[in-house]
Ligand binder design. Structure first.
Ligand code: FAD
Length: 504
């Protein structure tokens, strides 16, 4: 069989996660001839969907913030021609996220808009008005300190920001002594796989701020983002190759000349943007081409924890659709990511009903996620999807039962509504999205040593750039901002941002 050679691209993207797709869309819009390479048959990485019993489930990206007119993601997506195309459902304005604890029967709701957010929580914490006002003031201040988050020119060095050095726990400790309130405010930490004493406050703040501004679900899943981006890339003359797994970057002198695919094909380009985990990227580069210290620093970075997930298909017209997310904790301690006891698992979960076009009053499916370390499934690391053996299947079944028992604390009769239960482990995430150890959001940022986990889009190799959740911030908004940072390295500073601000 003839081996194909793809030539004359100005930029090739390795990986079609959100970061790779947005970079390809931006550069193709700007007249670059691009080639997007994805190892799977489906585009999108963590924004891909799949079906079980006909019900659509998300791999990641269950809800997005900042999508009201004038807000940050709205305007970024406007430039990308996405805003008007997406099928979105706005979440409960009086409680889009709801946090509760097994040790008291209360539900603490997050409402849209800071005033309403504060008023809603004040009903539970009438003596904490000052703390809540300061919390809100700080979130706004922190958001303003990140120019691209506000679509402003990136003038300052991010390293100057003190918000990289303050942990979320110490930030909350400064606000109040009320342990319950602190846990309520950090109750959605699965959104950033938070480790209280490490997660820098800017991560907590940028993510919470974006959802408090507005929160939307993507009807029938987040893969609609990938589909629209693919249309625009192709419409702009770009090439998309699926089942195109890159195995090596091949150099000519100090720069990359082409990427070698596992099927023998070669893709030549002037510049390359890698959308995969930086340490995975560097594994594909010969040792002598990179400085050892740089490679080792990236390789030794800790990654955020993974999850065990239930995908539940429901009996027809049986379980009401919830237009909000549930975050549930066994005790008054929300920092369970790194500290959970495997013998006492699960200690927390996030539950949501799938937002499908078939869900009106009733839901068609439920997703439940509970933190799980890679260590719990490491012994099956050398197996492949669907072939991991009976012991692994038993493990999954046992964990699914334990998680369902825990979900029953809040939803006592949930089992009677269930049609079928499917599950995934950190290994599933690793195999489908190629994140290291199935990590939810890639590299773990640590306020105790912020420089260590800083990954810039420009690498020491002159024509290699990085994008995706390990640059800047994870999540749909974070990765979008990261892609703008990456493309600005190629298109020049501030040029792109003014186009984004002007997009109508
Ligand atoms: C369970 C879960 C829930 C989430 N929930 C939300 C949410 O509610 N809201 C939100 O905003 N964000 C959420 N996120 C985060 C968000 O989905 C991610 O941060 C974002 O999609 C990551 O994008 P990325 O560009 O880093 O690429 P990734 O999604 O990591 O994709 C990388 C791509 O590269 C491909 N690839 C890997 N190696 C190769 C190779 N050698 N050759 C070619 N291709 C390769 C992979 O197959 C994959 O398609 C969630 C994530 C997860 C996992």
């Amino acid at each position: 069989m003839e081996i194909k050679i793809f030539k004359n691209y100005r930029t090739a993207m390795v990986g079609s996660g959100l970061g790779g797709m947005i970079s390809a869309s931006i550069l193709s819009k700007e007249g670059y001839k691009v080639c997007l390479l994805e190892k799977h048959h489906q585009l999108g990485g963590s924004i891909q969907n799949f079906r079980r019993d006909g019900v659509v489930f998300d791999t990641g990206a269950h809800y997005i913030g900042g999508m009201d007119e004038g807000q940050n993601l709205y305007q970024y997506f406007k430039y990308l021609d996405l805003t008007d195309k997406l099928n979105l459902r706005k979440m409960d304005s009086k409680g889009f996220d709801q946090v509760s604890f097994g040790d008291n029967g209360k539900t603490y709701k997050y409402a849209f808009g800071y005033e309403r957010f504060k008023e809603t929580l004040l009903t539970h914490f009438p003596d904490e008005e000052k703390a809540l006002a300061r919390y809100i003031g700080n979130l706004v201040e922190i958001s303003n300190a990140f120019p691209l988050y506000k679509l402003k020119n990136n003038s300052q060095s991010i390293l100057e920001s003190e918000y990289y050095k303050i942990s979320t726990v110490s930030f909350l400790d400064q606000l109040t002594k009320n342990e319950r309130l602190k846990n309520v405010l950090a109750g959605t930490n699965l959104l950033y796989a938070g480790e209280g004493n490490k997660t820098p406050v800017y991560i907590h703040s940028l993510i919470n701020n974006s959802y408090i501004e507005s929160a939307y679900r993507l009807v029938d899943g987040s893969s609609q983002i990938a589909e629209h981006l693919a249309e625009s890339i192709i419409g702009n003359g770009g090439t998309i190759l699926k089942q195109a797994e890159v195995e090596k970057f091949i150099f000519k002198d100090k720069s990359i000349e082409y990427v070698q695919l596992t099927n023998g094909e070669k893709v030549f380009a002037d510049k390359f943007i890698s959308n995969i985990h930086p340490s995975r990227t560097f594994e594909m580069i010969d040792k002598e081409k990179m400085r050892k210290v740089y490679r080792e620093r990236i390789n030794n970075l800790a990654n955020t924890i993974s999850v065990f997930t239930l995908y539940i298909t429901l009996k027809k017209n049986s379980f009401k659709y919830l237009n909000h997310n549930i975050y549930y904790y066994k005790n008054n301690n929300v920092w369970t990511a790194s500290t959970y006891d495997p013998n006492n698992w699960p200690e927390s979960y996030m539950l949501l009903t799938q937002c499908t076009s078939g869900s009106g009053e009733y839901a068609e499916g439920i997703t439940v996620m509970a933190y799980m370390t890679y260590d719990e499934v490491k012994k099956w690391a050398n197996t492949t999807i669907g072939q991991r053996g009976a012991e692994y299947e038993d493990f999954k079944e046992q964990k699914a039962d334990m998680l369902l028992d825990f979900v029953e604390e809040k939803f006592p009769n949930i089992r009677q509504h269930i049609h079928k239960v499917y599950s995934s482990t950190p290994l599933t995430y690793q195999d489908y999205t190629a994140t290291k150890e199935g990590s939810l959001y890639g590299v773990m940022h640590d306020s105790n040593d912020p420089l260590k986990s800083l990954i810039l889009p420009k690498t020491k190799i002159p024509n290699l750039f990085l994008t995706g959740q390990n640059i800047s911030l994870h999540g749909v908004l974070g990765v979008t901002i990261g892609a703008v940072l990456t493309c600005s390295e190629i298109l020049g500073p501030n040029y792109l941002l003014s186009k984004i601000r002007e997009a109508q």
